[in-house]
Design a binder for this molecule. Sequence first.
Ligand code: DOR
Ligand code: ZN
Length: 421
Amino acid sequence: MNLLITGGTVIDRTGERQIDVHVADGHIVEVCEPDVTIDATGLVVCPGFVDLHTHLREPGKEEAETIETGSRAAALGGYTAIVAMPNTDPTQDCVSVVDFVRRQGVIAGLCDVHPSASITVGRQGTQLTPFAELADAGVKLFTDDGNGVQDPQLMRRAFEYAKGLGITMAQHCEVEALTGGAVMHEGDCCSHLGLPGWPALAEELMVHRDIELVRLTGAPAHFLHLSTAKSVELVRAAKADGLPVTAEATPHHLSLTDELLRSYSAIYKVNPPLRTMDDVEAVRGGLADGTIDAIATDHAPHVAETKERPLDQAPPGMVGLETALGVAVAHLDMPLADIVATLSWKPAAIAGLEETHGCDIAPGSPANLAIFDPEARWEVVPAMLASKSNNTPFVGVPLAGKVVHTILNGQFTVRDGQAQR
Ligand code: DOR
Ligand code: ZN
């Protein structure tokens, strides 16, 4: 398909401009003889989004999501690439499982699925996975997400082995000795409700530990879903020291607070938990000044029956792929180009995908594109989500900015808001 996209505002790393975009043979070209012309007047045309943090649930929990349904949700959210989290069953801790996930992604054909692998075998926190072998198989990010690696000696070894392999340790920061039984953020709201709390300190201690391990070993670290003001401050200081650290924040941590738990609804239960307004503002500030590099969804589908359980029995997590842009544009007081940066080329670089995603919109680049209406105002309807699970906390929250088309290697995965497969 030769495609001409006219009248849009192109935003990429080089800035913002009004140009027509020509696509042929899966790439941006100087000029083409179009089979299809898209009128993008009033729309933003940008490199496709890259999610660093997607739980696809396959293999093992296909009742909540599959690689196909999660990829479809991603495409509808403007994503052309996603990093699949390894807390599957079996765990993505060896080449065969990683290859399975990658292959299923290719078969679904809705976005590039890049598996991450766990840091420890079975995410048990005791024995490192074969980093070199997994790196050879194309894995760039390693994480025990769902849990942090508790043992500092093991984590030190992980950083030491990682160094030189071109891979990055991505930490879910939680000192579990401080969070046992917790269902929400430890603070005023939690005390008032009489529920067991997850203190900010449990995250901050591990952020601090890993920053010091980066300083010691020189290996890079990526911090997953930062949620507290102090965590943001620690990463800001580490970057000022020139350390190779990056960080992400989720749509829910930049928009929602622990006050929502007053409903006792487990739809608002997530790990790390929703924090206070001061923390939300610190996360926004971190995104605005570049301390936090990327918005990552932590898309965590769970079947309705489990999220309807009482708070202490429900699993933590929220879906996020289809609402991330809408939340970001509605809640961030940042130039649109900077928001797009946090969704596209900055996460692409962290995932090691900069050759194929987040590329400048210029002749020769692969045509991986998102086209969205920055002025659209909308509300999410859970039953309409393409994800197999509906556990979104954004019902009734006004969203701004909606994806219209997503293009993967020059082909529509989403056209006029409809998934194409
Ligand atoms: O809320 C969360 N859900 N946090 C995690 O770290 C894991 C995730 C999941 O897998 O459901
Ligand atoms: Zn996590």
